[in-house]
Every structure is written in C-alpha cells, then in structure tokens.
Design a protein around this ligand. Structure first.
Ligand SMILES: Cc1cc2nc3c(=O)[nH]c(=O)nc-3n(C[C@H](O)[C@H](O)[C@H](O)COP(=O)(O)OP(=O)(O)OC[C@H]3O[C@@H](n4cnc5c(N)ncnc54)[C@H](O)[C@@H]3O)c2cc1C
Length: 305
C-alpha cells in the first residue's frame, strides 16, 4: 500500500460522515429495503437481474443475529410482493456462524423456509479463510434442506479448484470471484495473473461438471475469458451468468454482455449499516478512495439518481 493510500485509509474513521457517505452513495442502494427493491426493479427494466444484500458487519451477540434473520425474511417477502427478478445473498457470520453453528443453522433454516415459499434463491457469501470450511459445510447442509441455495468460491485460495469439484452436479449453483480478503501465501495465490488463471480453471471445472456458474468480476480479461469459455464448451445461456457489484464503473461491458444474450446480475447492498460497510471496504481495498473521488464527479448510468 502506498504512503498516500495508508494515510487516507488510516484516517478514514476521522473523515466527515458525508465523505464516507459519498463512498456509500455509489455502492449502496440506500438505507431501506424500499431503496434496495427500487434499484433492483429499475435494473430489471434494463434487463439485469438483482441480488439484495442486507448490510451488516459480523455480529457477536446471539440476539443481534435475529435482526439479520428478520431483515432477510422481510427482504424475501419484499421481493415476492414487488415481483422483482431478484434473489438474496447473506453472510453466515451475520447469522452467528462464529458464535455457534447451530444458532446459525436455525437462522438460516428460517430464511430457507421463506425462500422455499417463494421459490427464490439464497446465496451465502464467502468470507475470510478462517471460515471457508465451515461455510462449505453449512452450504452442503443447506442444499440438502433446500436445493435452491449455494455459496461462493474465491479464486485466490489454493484449495478452491478442489472445493469446486466438491460442489459438482447440475443442481449446484456457484459464484466464483477473486476473493476480497488478504490471505497468507501458504494458502493463497499472491500474483495477479495466478489469481486470474485460478479463476479460469475453476470456471472451466464448474461448467464441465454441469454446475450453474456465476462469474463475479469486473476484470475485463476474465469477462472476455468466460465469454470465450462458454462458447468453446457450448454452454446454454441459462447455465451461467455474469455478476457485478452495483456502482463499479463497468456499465458498457455489462450492456454488451446483455446484448450478446448473456444473463447479467447486479449485487445490490442496502441498509442502515452503510457507514461501517464503507469504512471496511476502504480498509480492505485502499484503491476505493480513489474510485470515490471519481464517483463524486460521475454517476452510474444504470442508477436512477
Ligand atoms: C457480484 C460479486 C459478488 C462478490 N462476492 C464476494 C464474496 O462472496 N466473497 C469475496 O471474498 N469477494 C466477493 N466479491 C469481491 C471479489 O472477490 C473481488 O474482490 C472484487 O470483485 C474485485 O475483483 P475483480 O474480479 O473485479 O478484479 P479487479 O482486478 O480487482 O478489478 C477489475 C477492475 O474493476 C475495478 N474495480 C474492482 N472493484 C471495484 C470497486 N469496488 N470500485 C470501483 N472499481 C472497482 C478495478 O479498479 C479494475 O479496474 C464479489 C464480487 C462481485 C462482483
């Protein structure tokens, strides 16, 4: 991290709230479920599917996990009532995975029950490597309970190709991303191109084994690589999708993907905890403050406001 990045990120918690608010305004739909649904519906009209994510940091008190469970129950209700083409993505630590796996399961089962009512899909985001195994195990358990759910694999981890093989099957639905966490060399690729190569190897593995593959990246090299891969393997367009984070400036590429007949989904975070989320994003990825400066002077054309 450069000196300037270190200075900016180190002082992020002293920055005026409105400055952090500018980070949030680009990446977050708003404070409320209504904001999230409105953006999802707006993106639907342009041909994009959506995934709603209720913002929140890891919780430490068991009671706090219930708040997240209830927020996801409301979100699934809201999606069904609004008719949006949208599913949900959640963090298992917000449901208590680090506190007690059974508490997490109880919360998750309630969410899966609600998803079952509406035949909707539930994704479990992948967090840092200390809970990769626990997340995969929870995912296996969840898929036996309600098959319309799935997790995420991080190309940066050396174990991931093997994990992909463990998620084989036409019913499995896997998001592949580079991985947002800094991990040690012993378990993670450190070179930029190594992570890309791993992403492509995992994407190929998922498609060849018949899994539904979600390519979550803004890296144009990977997007082009995945387009070429599905063409080479002759994969039907309903067996994969591209995914992007709301706010990342790749609109032209996403428009092209849609125009070429690919399915594209936006990941849309919303919720009152945008402040902590944005601070964390800045600490994890110091380059974000630069994107923020740019974002102050631009607006995604896929957004309403
Ligand atoms: C839909 C989706 C879901 C994800 N879920 C998870 C998850 O469950 N677990 C996990 O660990 N990670 C997740 N990620 C994050 C992912 O692991 C990467 O950290 C992130 O996508 C950046 O990697 P990249 O593939 O876009 O490539 P990069 O090489 O990092 O970025 C490619 C280009 O996009 C630009 N860019 C990337 N991110 C941003 C940004 N935030 N703002 C502005 N420009 C940006 C870069 O500047 C660069 O020009 C997810 C990403 C997406 C798109």
């Amino acid at each position: 991290m450069g000196l300037l990045d270190r200075l900016v990120v180190g002082s992020a918690s002293w920055m005026p709230r409105f400055v952090i608010g500018r980070v949030a305004a680009r990446y977050v739909a708003g404070d409320s479920l209504e904001d999230g649904l409105a953006l999802a519906k707006h993106l639907n009209t342009q041909g994009f599917a959506g995934t709603l994510d209720v913002l929140g940091e890891e919780v430490r008190a068991p009671e706090a996990t219930l708040r997240f469970r209830d927020a996801y129950l409301e979100t699934l209700d809201g999606i069904a009532n609004s008719g949006a083409d949208c599913n949900v993505s959640l963090k298992l630590t917000a449901l208590g995975l680090r506190i007690d796996p059974e508490l997490c399961w109880d919360n998750l089962a309630a969410i899966l029950d609600r998803a079952r009512e509406f035949d909707n899909f539930v994704r479990f985001d992948m967090e840092d490597s200390s809970i990769t195994q626990a997340t995969l195990e929870m995912c296996h358990r969840a898929r036996e309970y309600y098959p319309r759910c799935g997790t995420v694999l991080q190309a940066s981890l050396r174990r991931t190709l093997e994990d992909a093989r463990g998620l084989a099957g036409a019913e499995s639905n896997v998001r592949i991303c580079k991985g947002a966490y800094v991990e040690p060399e012993a378990i993670a690729f450190q070179e930029f191109q190594e992570v890309r190569d791993s992403f492509m190897a995992v994407a190929r593995q998922l498609l060849e084994q018949g899994s539904y593959a979600c390519f979550a990246t803004h890296d144009l090299w990977l997007i082009e690589g995945c387009e070429a891969l599905v063409a080479e393997l002759g994969v039907a367009p309903d067996r994969y999708e591209f995914q992007a984070l709301s706010g990342v400036p790749v609109e032209a590429t996403l428009d092209q993907l849609l125009a070429s007949g690919h399915r594209v989904r936006y990941y849309i975070p919303f919720g009152s905890e945008w402040y902590a989320y944005s601070l964390r994003r800045m600490r994890e990825n110091p380059a974000i403050w630069r994107h923020t400066l740019r974002a102050m002077f631009s607006r995604s054309r896929h957004r309403r406001r």
